[in-house]
Design a protein around this ligand. Sequence first.
Ligand code: NAP
Length: 298
Amino acid sequence: MTAQIISGTEIRKAILGEIKEEVDQMKEKHGKVPGLVTILVGSSPASISYVTLKVKTAISLGFHEIQDDQPEDISEKDLLALIDKYNNDPDIHGILVQLPLPKHIDDKKVLNAINPDKDVDAFHPVNVGRLMIGGDEVKFLPCTPAGIQEMIVRSGTETSGAEVVVVGRSNIVGKPIAMMMAQKGVGANATVTIVHTRTKDLASHCKRADILVVAAGVPDLVKPEWIKPGATVIDVGVNRVGMNEQTGKAILKGDVDFDAAKEIAGKITPVPGGVGPMTIAMLMKNTLRSAKLSLGID
Ligand code: NAP
């Protein structure tokens, strides 16, 4: 049996369509639209391309979007003052600072200066704490884990009582998705195990998983024989394994041996075209939520 492919590209399209509809309604009923500022320091080509994609997506949804580009040598004090300005701007509901920042700036200090109610990346310790508490306390979920959960739910995978195994314990993927799946609520109520480099017998844990989330950054780490027949496999890994000489683009591979795994899994995400496209959709969803909260309509 070949697994159902969970397409992040298609789910993203559906989510962006839903957001656009809500933005149009908000504009009509309240005369307001979500406001997002994207702060880019310096001119790293990778950062420019990430920011450009975020800005384009926000504009396509009808957001009020400010792209605030700052020179590489901006002082930490001036950057903090800029954050403070947007913290106090009622038309801005989401503040994004593109990482990495130049070495002379303490990125932790900058990210922690963002008002947690405008922290649409959900990296601020207040939002990490809210995620731990769960329920109504949560304002924003971190974007990649939120995208993973959305894919699990929209693919029709049952999570309640499911054995979820998360490979990886990073602050941006492994730990938050594990906590989210263990919470009470829709798309959660799972029994969760986190595994990492010190885990004894990784294979035996993976084999138990009804839902296997892999975020290790190691190409083909998960072997097909580690997958429980019929399991839902979410491959978060993005590994550059070479260069396509014709297109000049990097060849990407996930953390799961996709071709073999798709013959065993029930549902599986591809790389590319799986979790990757979801992150930006969830960023836009968080910005919409922030605007709704500020209007008292969520
Ligand atoms: P990270 O900070 O490097 O963390 C990797 C985690 O995997 C660590 O907890 C590490 O364990 C564990 N790990 C590594 N090798 C392992 C092995 N052989 N066996 C068991 N565990 C192992 O990475 P990350 O930021 O979470 O990202 C993980 C992957 O997801 C990367 O490929 C990244 O590019 C991708 N990613 C994709 C998106 C997206 O598509 N939007 C977003 C974020 C990340 P230890 O803690 O013991 O070292």
